[in-house]
Design a protein around this ligand. Sequence first.
Ligand code: SAM
Length: 263
Amino acid sequence: MLAEVLVYLTTPCPTAHRRLGHLKAAVDLWSRAGRCAAAWAPHYRQCWSVVERAMADLPRRRKVVVLGSGLVRDVPVARLAAAFETVLLVDAVHLSIVRLRLVRHRNVVLVTRDLAGLASDGRPSGDPLAEFAADPEVDLVVSANLLSQIPLAYEDLAAAHTIATLPQPDAIGPVLVAGHLAGLAGFRGRVCLLTDTEQRTVDRAGRVLETVDLIGGHRLPVPDACWTWTLAPFGEDGPEHELVHAVVGYVDFNRALRTSDAA
Ligand SMILES: C[S@@+](CC[C@H](N)C(=O)[O-])C[C@H]1O[C@@H](n2cnc3c(N)ncnc32)[C@H](O)[C@@H]1O
């Protein structure tokens, strides 16, 4: 608990992002990642493998942009820093502890952005990925387990009716997920997408008690890899159930989209 308070207090974070709960969510994520390290390790290995496949045969490696970089555990940052001239890590908040870990990588740049594409009054504020897509040096983009997370802060706000102009709570997920996918389609460089798509609540007998869609009902093309991520092993969310996420990985998401459109 003391460690969490220290990380919270030492992390620089724009007030607007703090108000949206990004800082608290990031500290909670860090804390949970520590408690669930063993359960999350296979998920990280799968993510790294997809990113490594995405970077393997790129003709040029000038800039890589990691969207939703967070704890920077699901991307092989040392390998990215060695292979690319510049690594841009983009997130609503970069925890002090993550900043410290990255100091030795001179070509890693932290960019603080809210990637939801909504202004503080809840109205659409344009494509938050446009500034990165406009950069002709971006050879690889990794959307790193961000897609399902973008709506979360806004769903809470919409439910609390704090911002009258926000779409209805039910519509926020589909709108923001569609916005991120449309933004990814705007890149000329390769886009590697990692995302969880569904949460299953499973009891000790292996029965699925509940299934929740995490990406606003969107149907994604056939992935290059799929796996499960035990987000909350037994005891984390409750003693008698675990939360298991279905995750998909795309080495080249825009190619997968074109292939599925053509089929
Ligand atoms: C599941 S975590 C991703 C994990 C991360 N790639 C890692 O290795 O730890 C989701 C990340 O998305 C970020 N995020 C959620 N909503 C966001 C938003 N609207 N804008 C920018 N980042 C956001 C969170 O801060 C968090 O770091």
